[in-house]
Design a binder for this molecule. Structure first.
Ligand SMILES: [Zn+2]
Length: 79
């Protein structure tokens, strides 16, 4: 593990992994413009929403019916 493999964040100066796109210390995007970052965030949100929607639609985990009703209520209340 050589330190040369790490590059320093230009915002906070901490050493970060060169393959990471976001600084774990200050949260700044590394090597990604704000526009593509916003696009990725938007896509991630849409995918996350679809995933949660798909999970809510079906009940993959066999549990007592009361539990399923409660968790579904909590999830739908958050959204
Ligand atoms: Zn940083």
């Amino acid at each position: 593990m050589s330190e040369d493999r790490f590059k320093s964040c230009r915002y906070c100066g901490n050493r970060i992994h060169p393959r990471t796109r976001q600084c774990p210390y200050c949260g700044e995007q590394i090597g990604v413009g704000w526009f593509s970052a916003a696009c990725m965030l938007l896509v991630a949100l849409v995918v996350l929403g679809l995933l949660i929607y798909a999970i809510c639609r079906r009940t993959p985990i066999p549990k007592p019916k009361q539990r399923i009703g409660e968790s579904a209520l909590v999830i739908s209340a958050k959204w």
